[in-house]
Design a protein around this ligand. Structure first.
Ligand code: NAD
Length: 417
């Protein structure tokens, strides 16, 4: 039996995923309203396939428990997954307080029965060895004797979370004791994919390599697009498509090559915070990661570039229509979205008439960013509200309905129209 602590993008997918693979699963979230919503069969974000799988789980082997049933879940489970947030602290390091709190609050309820503690949240190298292990030991739990301890990073992509979890490319587990190894090997058997056991720090490191590589690819493309703009006679979109036709890329799936393509900066919950947290962790060792610092710098510069391109075309008194608020298409997540920074910079420049539209993320954006912008409910409405359009998210709807707009009035910062 499995208990999943924290039912956000990762935790909910993990809980539903293990239940779909035949395990009895308990899910718990400290946010009662979120837990209640999930218990009623709804998911608090957009994720294709997940809600249907949740319904199936709830009618079979998935139970969303509240505080009062958490003890029962913990005592009867063999494995406890921790999937709580690890946001950026003020100094850029990973804030581990939610994770430590969640482990402290639950480990005191283990009541002597043998179980494996699994960190699924993204944590910097050495966290499990230097923070989580000592935390459990201070609570009197001996690793490998009273509890197993493992770190099992998650590589899912928002918008594809369900398929990524159910069909992972590989499973990476950092552990140091036989109990964790045997338990997790058995747990992942139904997935029929290779499971690799590495050290705690290697598992943590691989996750950061994955995210910082993607961030680096995006910043490379964005830097190239800004340089290309200076040369004036380069079709940026065509140039990148021709770049990817090189046979040395052949066999690389489009889902990977798409990261070497310009836009208006990377965003979302993970890439910005994980790149910064990894820089801070590297600095602790005395190494100053110049490349990764530049990756973040370019990510800021590209937004300034977008705003300067808009300013060169759009008079201050005109209305700007923002097309796309989600950090990527197919998602309603607006955490760290470039749209927020770009709107802020436009307002600082003096633009006062901004109208926004997103097919899916308008209420999330409105809740998270209290900008004085107007919202419209369709592209048709947008075509009547704003003379100049700025594309910030590559939603297919924008391409399908681009006939609504005068070509000369659209600034496409996703290079896809
Ligand atoms: N979002 C992604 O695409 C993604 C992908 C891979 C890894 N990750 C990592 O996974 C972790 C979770 O990310 P997320 O996007 O699911 O975050 P999230 O903010 O969507 O969800 C975290 C959940 O944990 C709950 N929580 C916090 N403290 C708790 C506690 N003490 N007990 C129970 N629940 C508690 C919160 O209420 C929230 O629902 C982070 O470390 C993130 O970096 C995220």
């Amino acid at each position: 039996m499995v208990t999943v602590i924290g039912l956000g993008f990762v935790g909910l997918t993990t809980a539903v995923g293990f239940s779909a693979k035949g395990h009895k699963v308990f899910g718990y979230d400290i946010d009662d309203a979120k837990a209640e919503l999930i218990r009623s069969g709804s998911i608090p974000f957009y994720e294709p396939g997940l809600e249907e799988a949740l319904h199936h789980g709830l009618s079979h082997n998935l139970e969303i428990v509240g505080e009062s049933q958490l003890n029962r879940a913990l005592v009867t489970s063999d494995v406890i997954f921790y999937c709580v947030g690890t946001p950026c602290a003020d100094d850029g390091t990973a804030n581990l307080s939610y994770l430590c709190q969640a482990i402290e609050n639950t480990a005191e309820k283990f009541e002597g029965s043998l179980k494996t503690v699994v960190v699924k949240s993204t944590v910097p190298p050495q966290t499990t060895k230097r923070v989580i292990r000592p935390l459990l030991e201070q609570m009197g739990l001996r690793i490998g004797v009273d509890v197993g301890l493992a770190v099992n990073p998650e590589f899912l992509r928002e918008g594809h979370a369900w398929e990524d979890f159910i069909s992972p490319d590989r499973v990476v587990i950092g552990c140091d004791d036989k109990l964790s190894r045997a338990t997790l090997n058995a747990l992942y058997q139904p997935f029929a994919v290779p499971v690799f056991f590495v050290s705690y720090s290697a598992a943590e490191f691989i996750k950061y390599m994955s995210n910082t590589l993607l961030a680096t690819m995006i910043s490379f493309a964005n830097e190239m697009s800004m340089v290309a703009d200076k040369f004036e006679d380069i079709d940026v979109k065509q140039s990148f498509h021709l770049l990817s036709m090189d046979k040395r890329w052949s066999g690389t799936p489009a889902s990977m090559t798409s990261y070497v393509f310009p836009g208006c900066g990377f965003g979302g919950y993970c890439l910005p915070k994980d790149t910064l947290a990894f820089i801070r962790k590297a600095e602790e060792t005395g190494h100053h990661p110049g490349l990764l610092n530049s990756v973040l710098k370019v990510n800021d510069e590209v937004k300034e570039f977008v705003v300067s391109k808009i300013a060169a075309k759009v008079p201050l008194e005109e209305t700007i229509g923002i097309l796309g608020l989600a950090f990527k298409p197919g998602s309603n997540d607006t955490r760290g979205t470039p749209a927020a920074d770009i709107i802020r910079l436009l307002m600082q420049r003096g633009y006062q008439h901004i109208v926004a539209y997103d097919p899916m993320a308008m209420s999330e954006f409105r809740d998270n960013y209290p900008f004085r912008v107007a919202y419209v409910n369709s592209l048709e409405e947008m075509s009547k509200s704003a003379k100049y359009l700025v594309v910030l998210t590559a939603w297919s709807e924008f391409k399908e309905k681009q006939h609504l707009f005068d070509e000369g009035s659209v600034l496409d910062f996703r290079y896809f129209l």
